[in-house]
Design a protein around this ligand. Structure first.
Ligand code: IPE
Ligand code: IPE
Ligand code: MG
Length: 249
């Protein structure tokens, strides 16, 4: 991207209307690799470079929270060699990036059922969570073995348990109490959801949290997605009229 174009795009982004929370479905790695005659794994590897570029841009423009969908509860259906590689990726990514993320004052968090991750992956993730815990900049949630339905079912179980034990009055359950039992407690819902790759679906991502999220879809495949596309998405988001069911004055 030329410097001029970058500056123009940055100027278009209104500093006082930066979305607090942006969620991203990192999709299209396999097709990107296939188009280049490469194995699918090469697409996942290339996707890590995109991730670096987008995190750096998000920190630069002052986004508070980014949530990246890295592995879904349905992705276990893939061939074993691909699952194995995808499970190794967090470790590889963190080994390479943790220093830079520390320098950028990033807080790393993970959402999903982490108990199914291989031991080495889990310890790399836990090390990153622990190392970045006291940072104060951009928070990045990595959705690993994440499924929106599982998240909701888990919340229901926790709430039911409290009711059964007499620690929660059933009439007190409302959407606020419910949300306190989800993985990302106290985090505002995403303002914007970006899905590259041309698919026009949610694929079990943040089902509860996206009730009023603005959607931005693009045909660009994740490894080709860059800072320019990201700034365009933010710019288009800033032109939307968010009414939350009300009417504008
Ligand atoms: C996204 O890319 C990565 C994960 C789902 C883990 P895909 O691997 O789904 O790429 P496509 O959709 O097959 O192109
Ligand atoms: C969604 O992509 C999951 C991640 C990006 C981690 P998928 O490629 O799994 O979604 P579908 O199967 O096309 O809906
Ligand atoms: Mg896909």
């Amino acid at each position: 991207m030329s410097i001029k174009k970058d500056e123009e795009l940055l100027k278009l982004v209104k500093k006082n209307e930066i979305p607090a929370h942006v969620a991203v479905i990192m999709d299209g790695n396999g097709r990107w690799a296939k188009n280049k005659g490469l194995p699918r794994i090469a697409g996942h590897k290339a996707g890590m470079d995109t991730l670096r570029e987008i995190i750096s841009c998000a920190a630069e423009i002052g986004i508070k929270v980014m949530t990246f969908y890295a592995f879904s509860t349905e992705n276990w259906k893939r061939p074993p060699w691909e699952v194995k590689y995808l499970m190794k990726l967090p470790e590889e990514y963190l080994q390479k990036e943790l220093c830079t993320l520390m320098e950028k004052n990033v807080v790393i968090k993970a959402i999903g059922d982490l108990s199914r991750l291989p031991r080495k992956t889990l310890s790399a993730v836990n090390y990153a969570l622990e190392s970045t815990r006291n940072n104060t900049g951009l928070t990045i949630n990595f959705a690993l073995n994440y499924g929106g339905r599982t998240e909701i079912v888990d919340a229901v179980k926790q709430i039911a348990q409290k009711v059964v034990e007499g620690n929660l009055d059933i009439n007190k359950i409302d959407s606020h109490i419910f949300a306190e039992h989800l993985y990302m407690r106290g985090v505002p819902d995403p303002d914007l959801l970006i899905r590259p790759s041309g698919e026009l679906r949610i694929s079990n991502f943040l089902l509860w949290q996206i009730a009023y999220t603005e959607m931005w879809f693009t045909r660009i495949l994740w490894p080709d997605f860059n800072r320019e596309h990201f700034l365009r998405a933010i710019n288009e988001y800033q032109k939307r009229d968010r009414r939350f069911g009300g009417i504008n004055k």
